[in-house]
Design a protein around this ligand. Structure first.
Ligand code: SAH
Ligand code: SF4
Length: 346
């Protein structure tokens, strides 16, 4: 729901201010998929609103499930499609949100990159992916407990958001910032900064800008090689922002925020898994005590690159070099909802 449009509309109807507050609260609660369901509003107003505004800017057209992940194909108002994923980590529910339709950066290992760039998402479309999943969770919960009221009054809800879906968040800066404000706002989705993560391919000027915001939002960088020539092959954006410039920006970020920075590395057979690659990676990781490695097993992408068979060897060398790292479990591979597998070929 576009808050400024609805606000103007309600003003044009000369409705009291509390009506707007009611509507906004209902919208963010995740309990409603249309205005008619909001029985705390006069029927006439509900009907008019439903005739003029879809409550959500995204519409489900397909949903695929495994035990711990769900992927939704969503249609936007102009007919474009995006994907968004709900991941169940047992202790919390996390959404992998998209920021663009497609992506202009064309990384060789990424399904979204193969689609090319279509357009940026609006802030409304970014936020509505989370509200879509809260709707989904509440409906599923109610169906299971066969009652409209949860016994404890507690419903499952999205507790974390990672901007690791389709697109490069830092190339949709203005809408990303607007969406973050809504996601973090008490009157919005009220998620804490530490529950939000942004992953970037390395848009250097935006890393500085993001550092200067000095929030507690987590930042991750898709590194995938600590050698400039390899990185240029895998991630064409590296031709524009070289590794030395990128590293200066990353050191600025850790210095400014005193926060860990997550470096993502997916070992790919014969591309970034040679000994000199591992050595360069270890050297880079040692250059800043706030760098933390997320080792990601490469998710297969059609016609794409092959996962390295040297994962165990790499882990052994990291341990020997006293490097702290985590091996990211990949949920949802079987429904192509893992990282880098989001693409909407229609
Ligand atoms: N554009 C941003 C965020 C979206 S990509 C970025 O590149 O960081 C989300 C994550 O998926 C990134 O960490 C990226 O490195 C990772 N990724 C892309 N393709 C992948 C693949 N085939 N296997 C594993 N991770 C992949
Ligand atoms: Fe775009 Fe990220 Fe995929 Fe690269 S990895 S093509 S930046 S979505």
């Amino acid at each position: 729901m576009d808050l400024s449009t609805i606000t103007k509309y309600l003003q044009s109807l000369s409705l009291p201010a509390f009506r707007r507050r009611q509507i906004v609260k209902n919208y963010f609660s995740g309990h409603f998929t249309n205005f008619t369901q909001m029985t705390d509003l006069p029927l006439e107003l509900r009907t008019t609103l439903d005739q003029n505004f879809p409550l959500l800017s995204v519409k489900e057209i397909n949903l695929l499930s495994t035990t711990n992940s769900q992927k939704a194909l969503l249609k936007l108002k102009d007919g474009q499609k995006i994907e968004t994923v709900l991941l169940d980590y047992h202790d919390w529910l996390s959404v992998c949100a998209s920021t663009q339709v497609g992506c202009p950066l064309g990384c060789k290992f990424c399904a979204t990159g193969k689609m090319g760039f279509i357009r940026n998402l609006t802030s409304e479309e970014i936020v509505d992916q989370i509200i879509f999943w809260n709707n989904y969770l509440i409906n599923r919960h109610c169906e299971k407990s066969s009652t409209k009221q949860s016994p404890q009054g507690g419903y499952p809800y999205v507790g974390r958001v990672a901007f690791m879906g389709m697109g490069e968040p830092f190339l949709n800066w203005d809408n990303l910032i607007l969406a973050l404000n809504t996601i973090r706002s008490r009157d919005g989705l009220n998620l804490g900064n530490r529950k939000i993560s942004i992953s970037t391919a390395g848009i250097v000027p935006r890393i500085y800008e993001f550092a200067d915001l000095n929030t507690e939002i987590n930042l991750a960088l898709s590194l995938h090689s600590a050698i400039q020539s390899t990185r240029e092959i895998l991630m064409p954006i590296a031709q524009k922002y070289s590794l030395p410039d990128l590293l200066t920006a990353l050191h600025y970020y850790t210095h400014k925020t005193s926060r860990q920075l997550f470096l993502e590395f997916a070992p790919i057979a014969d591309i970034n898994d040679a000994q000199k690659e591992i050595d360069a990676l270890i050297k880079l990781l040692k250059s800043d005590k706030l760098f933390f490695l997320n080792l990601i097993p490469l998710n297969p992408v059609k016609g794409g690159l092959v996962p390295s068979t040297k994962l165990k060897l790499i882990e052994k060398q990291l341990t020997a070099a006293h490097i702290d790292y985590s091996l990211r479990h990949s949920l949802g591979q079987s429904i192509n909802s893992a990282c880098g597998q989001l693409a909407t070929f229609s």
